[in-house]
Design a protein around this ligand. Structure first.
Ligand SMILES: [Zn+2]
Length: 413
């Protein structure tokens, strides 16, 4: 009797051990597969490029236009490599040369009652912005879909030839199973109209030298927060999801200058707080850089580069150089306002080159990197109200729009 019981216990224990070993293996197996150019997802992307051409008409750089002058990244051959053990020996790296996803946001709607009240900006806010709640859900979904933030300069090499920079695309190693993602925030200026329509009012540095958010509605006490801007929400997310950022990457902040930056009046020299605002904005820019953020020009006055005359674009670049680059420090990234990108054969394009820009970004559904001789170009997909309402086609590789959309939006059903 005792003997039989022992056998049963032994048998059960063996089964339990086998089950544990199987589940442990499943647990450590990366749930995601390594990206290969022939994956279904990529095919879908290519179809979407064809479908998506008419939309974003001004905003989008048509493929034909680009293919005339540009050489597309070669996406063949994904080869696995393993790096020698470093600090964290568990991470396996693979060589990646597929699509780099590139998405952008505007400042977040922190106060939905201000954004979606019945003033004449309601539809504008609904179309081009997302809410704090939506951004948080999007981050989780990007992470669950194995995206990892990278800096785009991993994807190309610059060589010197006769004193000139020559760009070449270059595959790079990523943790196995991860998909590279570049993010940017456009117009992180907190324009007057944004402040009146639900964004925070400015970024500040708190007593510990951390970025905080400041908002003060008329006749009310100021609100200091830490969870209403992309900067702070992303930072908290990375604290608990370290593998969402590769080599400390954050994103790109695209700034105009005509209405100040970060909510400060850095454009109005007659303002009594002008000098103080310049100093504060510079400190905030320095802090953001130390956190891993990069800066880009978004034009001084959000000028449409295609529509603008040669002289007005030159004047706009000069103004950005004097009033914004002074505060942010040097940058070689130009993010076209309205996505209105220039052909490299356009004489206005040379103005941008002369002002030190050689990484150009426009707007489009698909984001291959085009390597020109003296610069590179890529599109970015807007993540905004239109995106969440399906206007830019299938974005299920990032998130399920139905799970994201904030029900405080007008007509969200
Ligand atoms: Zn813009």
């Amino acid at each position: 009797m005792f003997n039989n019981l022992s056998r049963i216990v032994l048998g059960l224990s063996l089964i339990l051990i086998v089950v544990l070993i199987i589940s442990a293996n499943n647990f450590y197996e990366p749930a995601n597969k390594v990206y290969k150019p022939e994956d279904e997802e990529h095919k879908e992307n290519e179809d979407a490029i064809k479908e998506g051409k008419e939309d974003n008409s001004k905003a989008q750089n048509s493929e034909d236009e680009l293919n005339d002058n540009l050489e597309e990244r070669d996406t063949s051959g994904t080869e696995e490599i393993t790096k020698p053990q470093e600090k964290k020996p568990e991470i396996e790296y693979v060589l990646y040369d597929g699509i780099i996803e590139n998405i952008f946001f505007h400042p977040l709607i922190a106060y939905t009652d201000k954004a979606f009240d019945d003033d004449n900006r309601k539809n504008h806010m609904d179309a081009w912005f997302i809410t704090v709640d939506e951004f948080e859900k999007i981050l989780h979904s990007l992470y669950e879909n194995d995206y990892i933030l990278i800096n785009m300069d991993m994807a190309y090499k610059i060589k010197e030839e006769n004193g000139r920079k020559i760009f070449e695309s270059s595959p790079f190693a990523l943790p196995k199973g991860k998909k590279p993602l570049v993010i940017s925030i456009d117009d992180l200026n907190y324009y007057e109209y944004m402040k009146k329509n639900g964004t925070i009012h400015k970024l500040i540095l708190d007593e510990n030298d951390n970025i905080a958010e400041f908002t003060q509605f008329e006749g009310q006490e100021p609100i200091i927060s830490y969870n209403k801007s992309i900067i702070n929400i992303l930072e908290s997310f990375i604290e608990t999801h370290e593998d969402f950022s590769f080599k400390g990457a954050r994103g790109i902040i695209a700034l105009t200058g005509y209405n100040g930056i970060f909510g400060y009046d850095t454009s109005k020299q007659s303002s009594p707080t002008y000098k103080k605002d310049l100093a504060t904005a510079t400190k905030i820019a320095d802090k953001l850089k130390s956190m891993g953020w990069l800066f880009a020009s978004h034009g001084y006055s959000h000028l449409d580069a295609r529509e603008a005359s040669y002289d007005s674009l030159a004047w706009d670049c000069h103004r950005w150089d004097t009033h914004v680059r002074q505060l942010t420090g040097p940058t070689n990234i130009y993010i076209y306002p309205f996505g209105a990108s220039l052909k490299s054969s356009d004489s206005k394009y040379e103005i941008l080159i002369d002002y030190g820009f050689d990484v150009f970004m426009g707007i489009g559904r698909q984001t291959p990197i085009y390597v020109r001789r003296n610069s590179i170009y890529t599109n970015r997909l807007p993540i905004d109200g239109y995106c969440l309402k399906g206007r830019y086609g299938d974005v299920s590789r990032f998130f399920n729009t139905e799970e994201i959309i904030d029900n405080s939006r007008p007509n969200s059903n």
